[in-house]
Ligand binder design. Structure first.
Ligand SMILES: Cc1ncc(C[n+]2csc(CCOP(=O)(O)OP(=O)(O)O)c2C)c(N)n1
Ligand SMILES: [Mg+2]
Length: 334
């Protein structure tokens, strides 16, 4: 269990946060150049993702992300960013993460990954395999029926799952005040009979602590935990959004003061384990990581029948017929 963080961990965490921000900004400009499709930036949520991932064991624990987190999951390997870049292009390889990587592809259909996480955790329990399933979702996703169904089942089955609600204060243009009348998102755990914890999502060390505790609990056979990590979306919802139309300028300015990249950097500087040279090195490494990911993704061969791959392990009869039909059509045969 990763209960103690050494200086190398703290440095590694900040490097990963910087890399995630750089990857996010690069993907944004690639979208503006017309080279990729819609993308949802991670800006402002890096500490939540990185802090959580550092509490997990990549050899045993699973991550089921929403659509922003893969940019900050480098602890699971550089391959995750490669696949994410492919996903942003719309290449089928982006929806496929090969074993042994225990990370699911990005999920756009809100809250469905929460159900998948409970199913996966249930399987771990039945097979008596070590490990937990951690799923990320947003404040808005917590209004989906899938969230309540998943939470309820997890409570009843006592499965090793961690629900991590990344509360970035917005679901596109809907503020949290219009999302729920509950005392908070962690309060919803009460109905599932599981613990609910609220944590400062701008502080990777605080997130590390609560996820670590939830993991210990899950591995001890005591079941699920719901964590609400409070952060702030510093950018647009996606490349298709204009947040200046609805995000109050003063709230955004206050959130920028708490930018996790700035606050955590200051903390490491105060400890004497970070300086300008390391900052420059981390930024260069971040640029290289997204350069490599983009080079890999943008050079993938694309076949028109690829869209049938990785849907099911064994294609259904209808899929096979459709695939054959497409091949015939492309060959111009009747
Ligand atoms: C089932 C479903 N309903 C609606 C949408 C449209 N949609 C995409 S993102 C989004 C807001 C999600 O907000 P939140 O869960 O807080 O995540 P965030 O984008 O803030 O990280 C909505 C409504 C969707 N993708 N899936
Ligand atoms: Mg949100």
């Amino acid at each position: 269990m990763a209960s103690t963080l050494h200086n190398e961990d703290l440095v590694g965490m900040l490097c990963e946060m910087i890399k995630a921000r750089i990857a996010s900004d690069r993907l944004w400009s690639l979208q503006r150049q017309g080279r990729i499709g819609t993308i949802a930036p991670i800006n402002g949520q890096e500490a939540t993702v990185v802090g959580a991932s550092w509490a997990l064991d990549p050899d045993h624990d699973w991550v089921l992300p929403q659509y922003r987190e893969p940019m900050g999951l480098g602890r699971y390997g550089p391959e995750i960013l490669h696949r994410f870049a492919a996903w942003a292009i719309g290449h089928p390889q982006g929806g496929h993460i090969p074993e042994p990587l225990r990370v699911f592809p990005p999920q756009i259909s809100l809250a469905t990954q929460i159900l998948h996480a409970v199913g996966l955790a249930w399987a771990l329990k039945l097979r008596k395999e070590p490990g937990v399933a951690l799923t990320f979702f947003g404040d808005g996703s917590s209004s989906e029926g899938d969230f309540y169904e998943a939470g309820n089942l997890a409570g009843v089955l006592e499965v090793p799952v961690i629900f991590l609600c990344s509360n970035n204060q917005w679901a596109i243009s809907t503020p949290t005040s219009r999302q729920t009348a509950a005392a908070g998102f962690a309060a919803k755990a009460e109905a599932f009979g599981i613990p609910g914890v609220t944590v400062d999502g701008n502080d990777p060390l605080a997130v590390f602590e609560v996820v670590g505790a939830a993991r210990d609990r899950a591995l001890a056979g005591k079941g699920a935990t719901l964590i609400e990590a409070v952060n702030y979306r510093l950018g647009a919802h996606t490349t298709a959004d204009d947040p200046t139309r609805y995000v109050p300028a003063d709230a955004l300015a206050a959130a920028k003061e708490r930018d996790p990249l700035i606050v955590f950097r200051r903390q490491l500087e105060d400890r004497g384990i970070w300086d300008q040279a390391m900052q420059t090195g981390a930024e260069r490494a971040g640029e290289r990581a997204i350069d490599d990911a983009w080079a890999w993704a943008s050079n993938l061969p694309l076949h028109q029948t690829d869209l049938f791959d990785h849907v099911f392990a064994t294609p259904t009869l209808r899929q096979q017929q459709q695939r054959n039909g497409l091949i015939e059509y492309l060959q111009g045969t009747p």
